[in-house]
Design a binder for this molecule. Sequence first.
Ligand SMILES: NC(=O)c1ccc[n+]([C@@H]2O[C@H](COP(=O)([O-])OP(=O)(O)OC[C@H]3O[C@@H](n4cnc5c(N)ncnc54)[C@H](OP(=O)(O)O)[C@@H]3O)[C@@H](O)[C@H]2O)c1
Length: 244
Amino acid sequence: MKYVLIIGAGSDIAFPLERLYAKAGYGLFLASRNIDKLKADAQAITNEFSVEAIAYRFDVTETETHQQFYDSLPKRPIGIICLAGILGEQKVSEKEFREAQKVIDANFSGLVSIVHIAANDLESGKQGFIVGVSSVAGEKGRKSNYVYASAKAGFTAFLSGLRNRLHESHVQVLTVHPGFIRTKMIEGRTTYGFITATPEEVAADIFRGQQSGKDFIYSKWYWRYIMLAFSLIPESIVKRLNFK
Ligand SMILES: NC(=O)c1ccc[n+]([C@@H]2O[C@H](COP(=O)([O-])OP(=O)(O)OC[C@H]3O[C@@H](n4cnc5c(N)ncnc54)[C@H](OP(=O)(O)O)[C@@H]3O)[C@@H](O)[C@H]2O)c1
């Protein structure tokens, strides 16, 4: 059986995505901090699809634990999918570097650590895949969330360089740029219904993109055009706008 390692498996996107992989016959390693939720999800997956699913407590920011965690997995995964991330409090980040650091570590530097560990392993086996969920936010900073956005921009650039490095080893690196997704991350924030995807829709896009060997996808697809239009607005105008 082939196994997929999900980093940030507490995400609302994780369970629908895990169901898609389990239905396709993959075993699952679920890793994030809320171990009770992961155990319940793992049990539900095993009951429904008769594949092995194991929950692990894992913190992206505790980078000193990552190699040992990866080495302790009972099987080498064929793929790693990174869903972990936090939005953080932009206003707090502006005054307290510790908050900014938390956001940067959860969305970028901690992921550099665990993804490199998996990448080195997959590279030596000359097969497999890496999926990184970044964000359209990383394409242009806005005053409401530019610390988060800059961490996502870093993660996107990291993934594109990694894709270039792993091309000859036949390891797929898929970057996902979602727009708004109706998850707990943006609970209580202003969103626009018609361009806000469900976690199930994003999970389906990720699964389809990974299985068809894609390098980069938007989720939903129309964000490609929204971001293209956004990129055409001159900076002299953007700086005056009050985007949420
Ligand atoms: N929601 C949106 O509108 C939106 C838009 C664009 C991109 N995204 C990206 O999509 C991904 C999934 O987010 P989501 O919307 O599904 O939000 P979510 O439901 O809040 O999921 C994010 C998950 O990341 C995990 N996580 C956070 N910090 C972690 C850490 N230090 N170590 C391990 N796991 C950690 C958390 O699980 P535990 O609490 O169990 O650790 C949390 O459940 C994120 O990368 C996010 O930036 C979201």
